[in-house]
Design a protein around this ligand. Structure first.
Ligand code: OAD
Length: 261
């Protein structure tokens, strides 16, 4: 399948066919030669696995209002409702497998000396695909956190016996994810920002770039001289200044870009 792409302004324009193969080759070479690569992913990377995205035609925030479910206030008001929603999402995700985009990124990690995958996804599919150099900026659905002691533990069971689950100390447990209005882990943000500052190549995959601080990472990388590659089925705020932008599904583009890495 041909990959539709655009090249950054100022670069010599070639015929569509030549541009396509030229830019794929250039991205491959850039990635192969880079000592340091950072990748930022969002819900789009899991779309081909069957996990709904947040925005767009079938996005989760079309059917549910974020502030009714993904806020500390919502949890304080109705923890059962919030937990039912998270349990439903966990069930949906449990039926999904990593796709070729997750696999391509896990394979890329093994070829680059300094690699970091920064994801906004809480679905755990990057980890399942084998990625280990990973920052989960918004947490992980498969962990719970005690609301009193802040202790974190894995909760791999798909169906939770008692909703809402409780800690041994008696306090409620909550999903170990970041809700609207909550700060992100400072350590995670620092690790992600440092990777964006020092990378030679940044891949931005399947994110609408509407949520901060993740949305600021591509511009930070670009300012520090990184070669910026976007993979998204639709244009985003990054498309205008990316060095290469592929408007095709990540599960098709990433394996092709990584083919000879
Ligand atoms: P969004 O749902 O906002 O955006 C998904 C992006 O993926 C869109 O830009 C789509 O065009 C793109 N996309 C869809 N299918 C694709 C495919 N097969 N290949 C490539 N791209 C594809 O999701 P995020 O940007 O991840 O935060 O949203 C960021 C944050 O907003 C989420 O982490 C979540 C949400 O509210 C919290 O819950 C804290």
């Amino acid at each position: 399948m041909r990959i539709a792409c655009r090249i950054s302004p100022g670069r010599k324009r070639l015929s569509k066919m030549a541009v396509t193969s030229d830019i794929v080759t250039e991205v491959r070479l850039r990635v192969q030669r880079a000592r340091s690569v950072a990748v930022l992913t969002g819900a789009g990377v899991s779309a081909e696995s069957g996990v709904p995205t947040f925005r767009g035609a079938n996005g989760l925030w079309r059917s549910y209002r974020a502030e009714q479910l993904a806020t500390p206030q919502a949890f304080a008001r109705d923890p059962v409702l919030v937990w039912r929603w998270y349990d439903w999402r966990r069930q949906r995700i449990a039926a999904c497998c990593p796709n070729p985009a997750h696999a391509a990124l896990a394979a890329l990690e093994r070829t680059v000396p300094d690699f970091l995958l920064i994801t906004q996804n809480v679905d755990g599919l990057h980890r399942q695909a084998g990625s280990t150099a990973l920052v989960e900026l918004h947490g992980n659905l498969w962990r719970v956190r005690c609301t009193a002691e802040e202790t974190v533990q894995d909760l791999p069971a798909v169906l939770i016996d008692t909703i809402p689950p409780c800690c041994a100390c008696g306090a409620l447990q909550r999903p170990d994810v970041v809700w609207f209005g909550e700060p992100l882990s400072e350590a995670a943000v620092t690790r992600a920002s440092q990777a964006a500052e020092r990378c030679e190549v940044m891949l931005v995959v399947g994110t609408s770039l509407l949520v901060h601080p993740a949305a600021a990472l591509p511009a930070l990388a670009k300012r520090r001289g990184a070669y910026l590659v976007e993979v998204n089925v639709e244009p985003t705020p990054v498309t205008a200044y990316a060095d290469a932008a592929f408007q095709q599904p990540a599960g098709i583009v990433l394996p092709r870009l990584m083919h000879s890495c």
